[in-house]
Design a protein around this ligand. Structure first.
Ligand SMILES: [Zn+2]
Length: 242
């Protein structure tokens, strides 16, 4: 069963099918968040539901066009591309209404991510995808930071990964470094620069001339990279931007 209804022209909306013993006929409803919900009696097969959907195709399209755009539908990705580490993961959705949440299966060998459970719930899907990003970031960014720290002969304490809204990273007086999982979506140079920047803060907890001189030793192009970081990043998918 697909968690999407295909509107054609590359447009898809989330679709959920609920079987209800007491339902006498198939009911179709569009939610304010532009997802399609089907309630059906047990006696009706999935195939029958899909043929009804194709009969109602024009009705669905017209109803969607009339809906206000106030709550834009979240685009559920088929792939997640981590530019910073050159990895592309495929994303699979397995709707299962018997699971009350979303289960994540991360297959690193095949770079495959499977979400099963309430995959029609865009908030749960978003949470699951961010959880996945944090998982990858924790592994990759921790290793990268330790490697860079060794090269730079800087000692670092704890490294944590979060999904901060407004900062790429931070460094505490105890040399604990916190990095944003969204770094994975930036270019490798930008990702490295943020890590170098935070590592240099273990020596200078400010943006003094001494701090920048230290940064320049490891990344001569720091000015341009710092400027680029503060601009809007189209490489970060919408589901990760909150
Ligand atoms: Zn700084």
């Amino acid at each position: 069963m697909m968690p999407f209804y295909d509107l054609g022209e590359g447009q898809k909306i989330p679709l959920s099918i609920r079987y209800n013993k007491r339902a006498k006929s198939i009911k179709m409803a569009l939610s304010a968040s532009r997802s399609l919900r089907i309630t059906s009696p047990h006696t009706i097969s999935e195939q029958e539901i899909f043929s009804l959907l194709s009969e109602q195709h024009h009705w669905i399209k017209r109803a969607l066009n009339r809906m206000p755009e106030a709550v834009p539908a979240v685009a559920f990705p088929d792939t997640v591309e981590f530019l910073g580490i050159g990895q592309t993961w495929s994303v699979h959705y397995q709707p299962n209404l018997l699971i009350s949440h979303i289960k994540l299966r991360i297959d690193s060998a095949h770079r495959q991510l499977t979400l099963s459970g309430q995959t029609q719930d865009e908030h749960l899907v978003q949470d699951a995808l961010i959880k996945f990003c944090k998982h990858v970031a924790k592994e990759v960014l921790t290793t990268k930071t330790r490697e860079l720290a060794e090269k730079m002969q800087i000692s670092v304490n704890k490294i944590s990964v979060r999904n901060q809204r407004a900062r790429w990273g931070s460094c505490s007086s105890k040399a604990n470094i916190s990095l944003n999982c969204k770094l994975l979506f930036l270019s490798p140079q930008m990702m490295n620069y943020v890590i170098i920047h935070e590592l240099c803060h273990t020596h200078h907890l400010n943006h003094s001339a001494k701090f920048w001189a230290l940064v320049a030793r490891f990344e001569p192009n720091y000015r341009a990279l710092d400027r680029a970081l503060n601009q809007y990043h189209t490489s970060i998918p919408s589901w990760c931007q909150f």
